[in-house]
Design a protein around this ligand. Structure first.
Ligand code: GCU
Length: 603
């Protein structure tokens, strides 16, 4: 009877103080936050018995209760506070060698002090958790999120209390056919709370998201900036002031009954206050203030235009060649998921050394530090959602999941001047279901952001007699036609010079992957696989082959550095690393580095 009344009390409480997932808070770094990063206790739960009872039914006595024995005879068979800790943000695979290969469920717990404030809401924000995250605050269910590479947040105002609070997550990174990404992918399935966690204080009515960008058409020497803002509530009559001090711009707009507002600001034509456009040579960012009811959100925003015209990509109206490289979000030296500015700076400085003005962040949205550091360094970005290989095209749930990740990727980074391309997929098998799925995604991307280029990494569809053809129905939906090709590695070694390319679309072309593996320090004849000389020669041949492609507007060789992959098991060479890096995992330059660098100097 006593257990039943507790259960009833528990269910009632869950119902009353139901937290809710709220749309992503834009520019969270500029808000009033308490960091919940640091040491979190963890419990490995291989059979999820902390969540399901022995009948595989969700148990109301689960580990989310963080229960402690109250009387000597009480039976509690877990104790977070006596359990080991790991760092957040951070993946579990590289923090506990027993978990290097682990895919499954792990509980994580952290206590935090909080002081409730009148007239404030408390939003619990996660930069990313891979893959399936259930969240409880003080034993109450806050919500669940699927997807390992985009932010999510819950309004937990009715769950937090003054003093000590506890947040608990059940995380599961098991792979599933209907998931995004699906069951197989060529990168390490790092699990855990891989990015920042913070508690954000906001007013009951707050600025949820905004976009501030340059309109394409100059008006004489003047330029126009469009600013749109959305509140968390459909509140009319709210005055929002945008100030860009350096441009001597200050203007106010009032929200409509949807809690939205848009205005156009016109820059001065005087030389002194003329706007400087963001570019790799001059990655100019302007300090921007967005004020409402005494709340101020600050941001650093660059202004530029990006468009595709015929077979050219135009940045600020001028043709540009995207000298790129692909990279995964992985720290060097076997360090697991990259998750801070220092990691970003290290990886991006290697790309800069290579002569890059562009990076393809593969195959999922990387953390915000990577995007913002690239913006400061003048590096343009291709950002992608993990619709990778054999996705469950016919599953409505899978589509919703992919669309949600696309929405969240754009919502977080749409004010970043350096982000020029949204990519909706990589190497996906042709079928009518696939075309419908991807077609819908491309159109959805345009509803979320009409100011950037849409692309995806396609595959060569026919290659007989050295004639390579690219035929893909998705060409109708993209602004830039991109494809991966592995001449010299997976096919046609030493035949690059004979190759011709047929790409029957009047759109710019990016070769979004090419390359081959090499073990740093392994030397030998150029036809000896895995030697630096083999990789060097492959690039010599590939780059002169690519130079023949009409409308080539960019390249992103695969890949900046060797990276962990469960699909690479050759002993003494791969040892669970994909060795196609131009740099080793330690940052050592392979011979191919200088081939690409020289080619980019010629561009
Ligand atoms: C594919 C894929 C990459 C992979 C690479 C490789 O094209 O897109 O994710 O790592 O090829 O085979 O090394």
């Amino acid at each position: 009877m006593k257990k039943l009344s507790c259960l009833f009390a528990f269910l009632l409480l869950a119902l009353i103080s139901k937290a809710q997932e709220v749309p992503q808070l834009a520019n969270v770094m500029a808000r009033q936050t308490i960091s919940l990063n640091g040491d979190w206790n963890y419990i490995v739960d291989i059979q999820e018995h902390g969540y399901y009872d022995y009948r595989m039914k969700p148990s109301s006595w689960g580990f989310f209760r963080n229960a402690k024995p109250r009387k000597p005879e009480d039976l509690i068979e877990y104790d977070f506070d006596k359990s080991p800790t790991m760092k957040v943000p951070g993946d579990w695979n590289t923090q506990d060698e027993k978990l290097l290969y682990y895919e499954g469920a792990i509980w994580m717990k952290r206590d935090f002090e909080y002081l409730k404030k009148d007239n404030k809401r408390a939003i619990l924000y996660f930069g990313a958790v891979n893959y399936d995250a259930r969240v409880w605050v003080n034993g109450q269910f806050a919500g669940r999120h699927l997807g390992g590479f985009t932010p999510f947040n819950f309004d937990v105002t009715d769950m937090v209390k003054d003093g000590k609070n506890t947040v608990i997550l059940l995380i599961n990174n098991k792979r599933h056919a209907e998931a995004v990404p699906t069951q197989i992918f060529d990168w390490w399935n790092y699990g855990g709370i891989t990015r920042d966690v913070m508690l954000v204080d906001v007013d009951p009515i707050y600025i949820e998201n905004y976009i501030c960008h340059l309109l394409p058409q100059p008006i004489g020497k003047k330029r126009q900036i469009e600013f749109s803002v959305k509140l968390n509530k459909a509140e009319a009559g709210k005055e929002i002031t945008l100030t860009i001090p350096e441009l001597k711009l200050k203007q106010t707009v009032t929200t409509n009954d949807e809690g939205k507002a848009t205005m156009i600001l016109t820059t001065s034509s005087s030389k002194k206050n003329a706007i400087q456009l963001w570019s790799p040579e001059n990655p100019k960012l302007y300090h921007v203030n967005i004020c409402m009811d005494g709340q101020t959100l600050t941001d650093e925003i660059g202004f530029r235009t990006i468009e595709a015209k015929g077979k050219q990509i135009l940045l600020n109206g001028n043709p540009i060649f995207l000298k790129g490289i692909c990279l995964h979000e992985e720290k060097p030296n076997g360090g697991g998921r990259a998750n801070n500015t220092e990691d970003a700076r290290t990886l991006l400085s290697w790309a800069k050394e290579l002569g890059c003005n562009f990076v393809r962040l593969a195959h999922y949205p990387h953390n915000e530090y990577m995007i913002r550091e690239a913006e400061r360094l003048g590096i343009m970005v291709w950002s992608e959602i993990p619709v990778y290989w054999t996705i469950a095209w016919e599953s409505e749930e899978t589509y919703k999941n992919a669309e949600r990740q696309l929405t969240d990727m754009i919502a977080r980074d749409k004010n970043r001047a350096n982000v020029i391309i949204w990519s909706i997929a990589n190497e996906t098998p042709h079928s009518p279901q696939r075309d419908i799925f991807l077609g819908k995604l491309a159109q959805h991307a345009r509803t979320q952001d009409s100011t950037r280029l849409i692309s995806m990494a396609m595959e060569v569809t026919g290659a007989s007699n050295y004639k390579n053809r690219l035929q893909d129905n998705m060409h109708k939906f993209v602004d830039v036609v991109s494809f991966n090709q592995y001449v010299g590695w997976y096919r046609d070694v030493n035949d690059a010079s004979k190759m011709t390319w047929e790409i029957p679309y009047d759109k710019p072309v990016i070769v979004s992957e090419f390359g081959g593996g090499a073990k740093y320090g392994l030397h030998g004849p150029k036809n000896q696989r895995w030697t630096e000389e083999f990789q060097e020669n492959l690039y010599i041949e590939n780059l002169s082959m690519l130079d023949k492609i009409e409308g080539l507007s960019g390249t992103t060789p695969w890949i900046l550095k060797d990276f962990r992959s469960p699909r690479r098991v050759l002993p003494g060479v791969q040892d669970f690393y994909n060795m196609k890096g131009i740099f080793s995992d330690k940052g050592e330059k392979k011979k191919a580095f200088w081939i690409i660098k020289k080619w980019y100097e010629s561009k």
